[in-house]
Design a protein around this ligand. Sequence first.
Ligand code: BTN
Length: 249
Amino acid sequence: MTLSESMLQQQLAQPIRYYPRVASANDLAKTWLLEGAPDGAVVIADEQTSGRGRRGRVWRTPPGAALALSILLRPPAAHVARLNMIGALSVYDLAAQVGCEEIGIKWPNDIQVSGRKVSGVLVENVWMQGKLRGAVLGIGVNVRVDFSQTDLRDAAASLEDFTRRRLDRVKLIRILLDRAEHWYQRIESDAVYETWRRRLNMLGALVVAEGVSGRALDVTPEGALLIEDANGVLREVVVGDLAELRSLE
Ligand code: BTN
């Protein structure tokens, strides 16, 4: 179904701004946040022409095939780091509700189904005059993006690859925003960290992240990954990309 602002406004409780085509929903959300948008307001785009992923990567949002939304939030400064966890938990819940199995969070916040990435989260803090004004929780979900002819064919997938039925994007947005609200209300509770930790899919495995290789032992409440290297030294990786290794040679 084609998205439209009036239909989204009817179906969603949150204040929203809808754009058929934008460079990046996160950029518009930052502007709206500085204009004084209410907490929980959401920018939704059908297509992004310069969607951004983590670490300067490109995030593809072709028209009619994905969810691209950015939630404007003003969390307590001490808990801003939990927004990434909240984004990942919300998509995990969404994937479970539409019937996906073998869902996991690949540290730090990629949501995978059967080992392929279906969604990513990009949190950007919004500063003005040296003060943190809030944050934008950007979430991209592949609903029916076709990766079969691309280099990502083994690494990325869409929810419909697993549900094998057509999904209604408006319903998906509703579920996702409900779950984000659920977790955001708990941002000060350890449940956010504990649930995120339990849902990570590489704890215990041999991994490499940012040049540190070893066994992924645990994560900290701030979201860093703890890797035990071959010398038994515990190393903390705060940001980065994770890959699983088959052996530690
Ligand atoms: C990643 O896994 O690298 C993060 C992807 C985040 C994509 C979302 S889509 C909505 C928002 N706008 C953007 O430009 N990026 C985020």
